[in-house]
Design a protein around this ligand. Sequence first.
Ligand SMILES: O=C(O)CCC(=O)C(=O)O
Ligand SMILES: [Fe+2]
Length: 346
Amino acid sequence: MSHKASISSVVSRSAALLAEQGWASVDHCLADDWAGALASECQLLEEAGMLRPHCFEFQATAGERCEYRHPGRSFVDLDGAEAVEDLALAPNLSSFAREAAVPLAEALVEQLPWLALAGSMGDVSQVQVKLQLTKGPAGSAPCHYDTSETAPRRQITWLLYLSTDWKPEFGAELVIQPFLGSRVAVTPCFNRGVMFLSDRILHYSLPPSREGQAHPRWLLTVWLEGELVDAPRGEAWPPLLQRLLAPAVYSKEYLSSLECSMPDGPALRALRAAQEEEIRSLQEDEEFAEMLPDLREAAHQTPTDLGMCEAERPRELKRKRMEVDKTGPYAEQGLETDEPQPPLSN
Ligand SMILES: O=C(O)CCC(=O)C(=O)O
Ligand SMILES: [Fe+2]
């Protein structure tokens, strides 16, 4: 199968669910030999020192911005002119933006015209492509939307997992949380693709299990821009309002996923304080305060597909965190490492 046909088939297999529920997961996403070729180049890039640590700027104290490093995540940009020259040792990955992202935009424009996507017709300037590696105890991602103040036009996110030996017991699932909808944990197994609407799918990832911490977790990420980001499509809550309210509606998830995603230290403390402040200001807002209890109830009444009931979630995350602390570098920092692990369910 040609690469173009492989991509067109991904879109055909995702389109109906994308329109209906805002996200879709597809197994055997790319043609097997293509996915295998991409996967075999990941390690080469890491060995050649091409991956950069994931860093972010954040206002730690009033007025002062600091740069923090996320110890569990690193990446290499695959879009842009320099990618092709610098990544000669990984020819499949370096041509991925051209061979996958552009046909992806074209197929989506054709099959889902209401998305009003940019980036088709060979224009890669509207396409962002990254290879990401998550590894170790702090490899997870906190609750977030991919459309944000710094990326206001993002419309489609496509994640393609590339670790050939990934097993469900390694944990590190991607959790998809549509607003007031059912939550689903997706195992990041080889050649599984997850596509979603960046402006309305809240997501995060769970920490890897103790066994999973030793395994690199590779993913390709493609973001496409659109002309109609945030345009309501008949849902009860417009996307902009969903993103505004989510930190308060899913406050527990925001805080516990943040807690798991970073080692203790100034960065986590600054992020946690900012997250708590955002939640507090929503709770104290006169207009929102009235609707929040109902929204929280509605959010927690929806079924989840996490293999555990809602009441056990914080406990489960804490258990994972404790596993992480026991074996990880943070064990030395005086965190509660000797507590017996609570049973998985009771
Ligand atoms: O690590 C994952 O599975 C999700 C990554 C993600 O959400 C992102 O890069 O925006
Ligand atoms: Fe994301």
